[in-house]
Design a protein around this ligand. Structure first.
Ligand code: ZN
Length: 312
């Protein structure tokens, strides 16, 4: 049975575009509850400037107050050396760095050319100097909403530059939901062949309804790490209302049904997912939290007594 390791990103990727500030107490309680559900990793917060992402301005406090569960890695997004210093003080287990494989997307998202991003991230890797493992999230690996197709060779070339720096892992992100299953299989196979020693994670968005199909395509290719966001929270800021990250509990539910071993406690996770609409003040896209698991049985309708008696 193939083991799958799941990373939860709801309190960072999920919350960061929510308009209403989620109180620090709520974030801490949420991370603490999620820590008991079997995740391999939780992306807790981001050490970006409070001005650029006001939602995550309490990064230090959240990191300081969560109860860390052994076996769970608490990772944080780190944009630059200043962020890395803060993350280091907060004793993050991993730094997650981000840049885009598409020049236009990088200019739009990070306000600088890719080469400048790479240089800044290289400084962060040097600063961490083996003391903290580094993961690099490469955005727009399956397509850019402004440039269109991002060639596979482009993704591999950037992956190669970070692998050369000695990073531990790479997250291949479908930032705007443009990936489709056969494309996912091809890229995963190419990356596994080229970088057998790297921890490879896939990060899908369900913007066009292909999120879970893409997860399955990657899992069948042997990929064993996935990001997901509780409730499917976290959309694209340029397309309000569009569904965002794949929903963790829906993906875990599917993988378990398919016979993968996720190590997750869905029975504990679903009640947490059901609290999300109250936390963010609106409905969330996740489906299993609403419909229940495949084998959560429903009571028979009362009229079945009559139907049965007719045929007795
Ligand atoms: Zn995302």
């Amino acid at each position: 049975m193939q083991r799958i390791f799941f990373n939860e990103v709801v309190t960072r990727d999920g919350f960061q575009i929510e308009p209403e500030f989620v109180p620090t107490d709520t974030k801490v309680e949420l991370v603490n509850a999620l820590s008991l559900c079997g995740y391999a990793k939780i992306e807790v917060t981001s050490f970006t400037s409070a001005k650029s992402i006001p939602m995550l301005r309490d990064a230090e406090e959240v990191m300081g107050r969560i109860q860390r569960v052994p076996g769970v890695e608490y990772t944080v997004l780190v944009p630059n050396v200043r962020g890395a210093e803060r993350a280091m003080e907060s004793k993050a287990d991993e730094f997650n760095l981000v840049m885009s494989t598409s020049e236009t997307h990088n200019l739009a998202n990070l306000r600088m050319p890719r080469e400048n991003s790479f240089a800044a991230l290289k400084d962060v890797v040097a600063m961490a100097a083996g003391a903290v493992p580094i993961n690099v999230s490469l955005s727009a690996c399956f397509g850019c909403p402004m440039e269109g197709v991002v060639p596979q060779e482009e993704v591999i070339a950037w992956a190669d530059r970070f692998a050369t720096l000695g990073v531990r892992g790479l997250t291949i992100c479908d930032t705007t939901g443009m990936a489709y299953p056969s494309q996912v299989s091809r890229l995963c196979e190419a990356l596994q062949t080229r970088f057998p020693g790297l921890q490879l994670t896939l990060h899908f968005h369900n913007t066009r309804g292909m999120g879970l199909a893409n997860v399955l395509a990657a899992a069948r290719q042997g990929v064993d790490r996935f990001d997901g966001s509780l409730g499917g929270l976290g959309g694209c800021p340029y397309a309000p209302g569009a569904s965002g990250n794949i929903c963790s509990e829906d993906a875990i539910h599917m993988l378990e049904a398919e016979g993968y071993q996720t190590g997750m406690e869905l029975a504990a996770l679903l009640p947490i997912a059901r609290q999300l609409p109250e936390i963010v003040g609106h409905q969330v896209p996740g489906q299993v939290a609403k419909a229940g698991r495949i084998l959560d049985l429903h009571p028979e309708p009362s009229f079945l007594l009559d139907v049965r008696s007719k045929f007795a």
